[in-house]
Design a protein around this ligand. Structure first.
Ligand SMILES: NC(=O)N[C@@H](CC(=O)O)C(=O)O
Ligand SMILES: [Zn+2]
Ligand SMILES: [Zn+2]
Length: 367
């Protein structure tokens, strides 16, 4: 049971008035890894992120990808236009790194004030990564050096694409063959290892200098293991990349984030695809978790007995890593059951959210 009062003391953020009405007041979270898409899909999904999160690092893997500052600025405008009227949600833009990206583009990106990171997709690793990097050290080194100069972090989808490497080992091999050498060669480069899925990633991040290498962690990689892909039949809505891993890896990630380490922060990797593109032969990778993400994180921290560490993970560590001010506003999480919709229907089609139709225990209460 929890004790404390809501107001008066910053540390007393948990209240247990009646036992059934447990509430947690936290600084408004940010989402440091988000896919907002574009067009109709953007308009459909953005309210779900804007409702809970103050800011988000917006991934650039559109078709075509956001490879220039000009494209990032235009994308930012379309995001702002798609926002609900009273929303103060702030999109933080990223550039999609290619073999052809120039150091000048990095300078422009920084100068724009709108771009907060450069995203590295190994070519072929994930959704819309076909224009990604084929040879990081051979083709992108001058750009990486310019990023050090401009203090722009490299955001990494850390998986090798070699078909001979087992899909469950792709993150580990990426760390060994790319990330460890990269940190050796360019120790001043800030790196975010995105959506980590293995104990190997936890160890790697912990082995680096705090503040120079961080990691985002998704709800799915904290609460599901790879059994969830096949439970009672093939489960396309639990399919994302990097793919879910063994239970021991999930436990290592839970330990890392609930330890209170500043190196790990919230990044949902909410990645909507239409239902018909998930429930088909050759379904897309990506889980639409924006509506449930905060509920899931709260449950994971509660089960680890670490609710007192939740706020740092959701609302402090990411902004501190990026060198941005923490949010000022607050958000309340209430321990109360709520049912996740089975389906979100839009004029253009349907989207199935993570945990569709299930009852979750923590509800975001919007005052
Ligand atoms: N995570 C996913 O499975 N999919 C993401 C891409 C990504 O983050 O790798 C997407 O854009 O759909
Ligand atoms: Zn990715
Ligand atoms: Zn992603």
């Amino acid at each position: 049971c929890f004790s404390g009062t809501r107001k008066g003391n910053d540390k007393d953020f948990v209240t247990s008035l009646p036992r059934t009405m447990m509430e947690l007041s936290i600084t408004q979270p940010d989402d440091w890894h988000l896919h907002l898409r574009d067009g109709d899909l953007l308009e459909g999904v953005i309210p779900h992120s804007a409702k809970h999160f103050g800011r988000a690092i917006v991934m650039p893997n559109l078709k075509p990808p956001i490879t220039t500052t000009a494209a990032a600025l235009a994308y930012r405008e379309s995001i702002l236009k798609a926002l609900p009227k009273d929303s103060s949600f702030t999109p933080l833009m990223t550039l999609y790194l290619t073999d052809m990206t120039s150091p000048d583009e990095i300078k422009r990106a920084k100068k724009s004030g709108a771009v907060y990171g450069v995203k590295l997709y190994p070519a072929g690793a994930t959704t819309n990564s076909q224009d990604g990097v084929t040879d990081l050290f051979g083709k992108c080194f001058p750009v990486l050096e310019e990023m050090v100069e401009q203090e722009l972090p490299l955001l990494v989808h850390g998986e090798v694409t070699n078909p001979n490497v087992d899909i469950f080992d792709r993150e580990k091999v990426y760390i060994e063959t790319i990330l460890e050498p990269l940190v050796q060669k360019l120790p001043q480069l800030k790196i975010v290892m995105e959506h980590i899925t293995t104990m190997d990633a936890v160890k790697f991040v912990m082995s680096c200098k705090e503040g120079s290498v961080g990691a985002t962690v998704t709800p799915q990689h904290l609460i599901l293991n790879r059994n969830a892909l096949f439970q009672g039949g093939l489960q396309p809505h639990n399919y994302c990349l990097p793919v879910l891993k063994r239970e021991i890896h999930r436990q290592a990630i839970v330990s890392a984030v609930t330890s209170g380490s500043k190196r790990f922060f919230l990044g949902t990797d909410s990645a909507p695809h239409e239902k018909r593109k998930k429930e088909c032969a050759c379904g897309c990778a990506g889980i639409f978790n924006a509506p449930v993400a905060l509920s899931v994180y709260a449950k994971v921290f509660e089960e680890a007995g670490a609710l007192n560490k939740l706020e740092a993970f959701t609302s402090f560590n990411g902004s501190d890593f990026y060198g941005l001010p923490r949010n000022k506003s607050k958000l309340t999480l209430k321990k109360a059951p709520w049912k996740v919709p089975e389906l979100l229907s839009f004029p253009f089609g349907d989207i199935v959210p993570m945990f569709a139709g299930e009852t979750l225990e923590w509800e975001v209460s919007l005052n």
